[in-house]
Design a protein. Structure first.
Length: 101
């Protein structure tokens, strides 16, 4: 899965901005879409009424062995498909909004 293509498809038709690197990873697109859809809906619904300024940022880094278990719904550990040997990768989807005053 190309994370950049996935993110572009996800934000299409939605009023949000994004920043995302282009990298091929093994991720479950259905599971990621479900979690991100819920996060985007909540960010829009509970953000500033006239301009929530919802932004999705995707960060990719090397995974460490000390990933907190309570973050596994947002932080997805994957294997880099470009590497000759599988490398654990941490993918973090960060959804932010302009707070409702």
């Amino acid at each position: 899965l190309d994370v950049l293509s996935f993110t572009k498809d996800f934000v299409r038709g939605r009023d949000l901005t994004f920043e995302c690197p282009s990298q091929l990873l093994k991720l479950d697109p259905v599971a990621c879409s479900l979690v991100l859809d819920n996060a985007a809906t909540n960010a829009i619904r509970h953000g500033y009424p006239n301009d929530p300024q919802v932004h999705l940022k995707v960060e990719i880094s090397r995974a460490t062995h000390d990933l907190p278990s309570h973050n596994l719904m947002i932080d997805r550990v994957s294997r880099d498909t470009n590497a000759s040997r599988a490398t654990p990768i941490k993918v973090r989807f960060i959804m932010t909004n302009r707070a409702n005053p």
